[in-house]
Write a protein that binds this ligand. Structure first.
Ligand code: GTP
Length: 593
């Protein structure tokens, strides 16, 4: 136990965690790095260059003649995945806090740091990318000293690219991070901090032993689910899984025990022995609740069951994805899926397409609303299409967030205007250093899911970072805005919006849809309505698209070919009543300027 160090790396997105982790693995001869990042093994992770799932890996390192076991837990930096960060933090005694030498402290640097401090982790500050020409380590060091209240000498300068500072980091991990504590003779108490689905081995749970010893073949119980298993295999995580006969207090490892679905493994649960159980579970983590919902529909109705099977498979891997069947008058049968955030939603969509070849239409994302009727009963609604009759509603509550934005003084004005337009209330404003400011806002989550990230990025030219935390529910004056195509309401295009914005939004939705829906052989009326009241209208003029006109003469086979081609071109459309609507149109609300 004395020679074990469990640590994680926390940072803002893209500040170089994975690259630095690779250097540590290389330096300790845990792996031979050939190309790319070794810790990001999912294809999608490689392409996007971001870490989606946390990974744990064990290194051996000899320091001043003594052998140490260093368990590194890699974490993702994006706001949607901050629950993954909190899991890994709970399994560690220390954290490397990585800050990009040219970017400085950013929104998730701070939110992840607070999480680490809450768990009493020893923090080792590291300024990364010091090799870059634009690096400004002096100023970043000021920010870190200000943020942590640490000494200048405690800040390590490094580069994941050149390997600078890597040895110093390993020394600091050993010298500054305390070894795990616990009682080897006590009943087994191991904290599950993650799980993965492996198509050959089933569900594998990762744990850290707080007390006791686990041996291969032990009969164990998961405290919260009450389920019992045989520990068929236990071991440590190197580049591969390495089976061991026993793991002791302080160790980080895995267990394979015939677990069928990821639902049986609750992250934060405690593993103990059946014969000699511990008397209480380790304080677990909060359950993650989906924050963003969207409808996912197969383009071809007959693919519904395939879509269900694909979502079930995805869920084996990603317990935070939720889905339940729903039907839409416009889109037929599909599922309402719950995601942790917008990036999570995008990744699920992309995985459906790549891994399962599922061609789907997704609807505009929305949040979860609490709807109260006149009798005071509350109903959670995850789909604006499923709203009760407005005359039955007493009031509606929507989720709020506390947003933190870090930017430079040049962009404060435009950012404040943006937040105000999103119904944000300024909470406070603090200078981090020189010309960099942190601004806090109270804002409705529903306004963020629409197009906040993109707008923030463009108005700040990328010089703003953003993070948020849920901040309860509030009563708001929300109305349902419906869209009608040729008089038919299209439920998949309904949105909930604040009454003050409804008219403007209705008008802009009609204009946008006019742009996005191709002209057809008849006139199409696009209307926006609140209840029975029409508030905006646009018309798409009819066109007679004669694709065969080009084929002069009577070459029948050529004509047929062209018609076939036109048919295929229609595939990515959804027929609504007699109108063909492209996927883009279902996301029109995201594209309003
Ligand atoms: P997420 O996992 O997505 O949060 O990113 P990350 O923090 O793991 O960042 P990653 O290691 O993927 O690095 C982000 C980018 O910075 C990549 O393009 C790296 O090549 C680059 N990079 C990382 N470290 C250094 C460094 O020390 N110097 C330079 N010049 N570039 C670096």
């Amino acid at each position: 136990m004395k020679n074990i160090r469990n640590f994680c790396i926390i940072a803002h997105i893209d500040h170089g965690k994975s690259t630095l982790a690779d250097r540590l693995l290389e330096f300790t001869h845990t792996i031979q790095v050939t190309s790319g990042q070794m810790l990001d093994n999912m294809d999608l992770e490689k392409e996007r260059g971001i870490t989606i799932k946390s990974h744990a890996i064990q290194m051996e390192y000899t320091y001043q003649g003594e052998k140490y076991i260093l368990n590194l837990i890699d974490t993702p930096g994006h706001v949607d995945f901050s629950y993954e960060v909190s899991r890994s933090i709970a399994a560690c005694e220390g954290a490397l806090l990585i800050v990009d030498a040219s970017q400085g402290v950013q929104a998730q640097t701070i939110s992840n740091l607070y999480m680490a401090i809450e768990h009493d982790l020893e923090i080792i500050p590291v300024i990364n990318k010091c090799d870059m020409a634009s690096a400004n380590p002096e100023e970043v060091e000021d920010e870190i000293v200000e943020l942590l209240g640490c000494k200048r000498e405690e800040v390590i300068r490094a580069s994941g690219k050149t390997g600078m500072g890597v040895e110093e980091i390993l020394a600091a991990v050993i010298e500054r991070i305390p070894h795990p504590e616990g009682d080897e003779d006590a009943p087994l108490q191991a904290l599950i901090f993650d799980s993965v689905f492996n198509s050959f081995r089933g569900i594998i749970a990762y744990f850290k032993i707080e007390n006791g010893i686990i041996r291969k073949g032990d009969k164990v119980k998961f405290f919260n689910t009450g389920k019992e298993y045989d520990a068929d295999e236990v071991g440590v995580l190197k580049m591969d899984m390495v089976p061991r006969n026993e793991l002791r207090t302080g160790d980080v490892g895995y267990i394979i025990s015939g677990i069928k679905t990821s639902k049986e493994v609750k992250v934060g649960d405690t593993i103990t022995h059946i014969a000699r159980p511990c008397d209480k579970a380790i304080a677990g983590f909060e359950e993650v609740k989906p924050m963003v919902f969207a409808g996912v529909y197969p383009i071809e109705a007959e693919d519904f069951e395939d879509l269900r099977a694909s979502l079930e498979k995805l869920q084996l891997n990603d317990a935070s994805l939720t889905f339940q069947p729903e039907s839409s008058l416009a889109l037929g049968f599909g599922f309402r899926c719950g995601f942790l955030g917008l990036l999570h939603m995008e990744i699920v969509q992309e995985r459906l397409d790549r891994e399962f070849d599922m061609n789907v239409i997704t609807t505009v994302p929305n949040v979860s609303y609490n709807i109260y009727d006149k009798q005071g009963n509350m109903k959670e609604v995850h789909n604006p299409g499923g709203m009760p009759d407005p005359t039955l509603i007493d009031h509606i509550e929507e989720p709020y967030i506390k947003a933190s934005i870090i930017t430079t003084t040049d962009y404060i004005g435009p950012i404040m205007t943006l937040c105000l337009g999103k119904r944000g209330e300024l909470l406070k404003q603090e200078y981090i250093s020189g010309n960099r400011v942190e601004i806090y806002y109270n804002m409705p989550l529903g306004e963020i899911v629409i197009d906040f990230y993109d707008k923030l990025k463009s108005i700040s030219k990328g010089y703003a970072s953003f993070d948020y935390q849920p901040n309860g529910f509030r009563t708001s004056k929300l109305v349902k805005l419906d869209i009608l195509l040729n008089g038919e309401p299209v439920d998949a295009l309904s949105t909930l919006t604040h009454i003050d914005n409804a008219y403007d939004m209705g008008r802009r939705m009609c204009e946008k849809l006019k742009e996005l829906i191709p002209r057809q052989q008849f006139e199409i009326a696009i209307q926006a309505a609140i209840g029975a009241k029409i508030i905006a209208r646009e018309t798409i003029k009819a066109v007679r698209k004669d694709v065969t006109a080009k084929c002069y003469g009577g070459d029948v086979s050529r004509k047929r070919k062209l018609l076939e081609k036109q048919k295929r071109g229609k595939k990515r459309m959804k027929q609504i009543g007699n109108v063909e609507v492209p996927q883009k149109a279902f996301l029109a609300v995201l594209k309003l300027d």
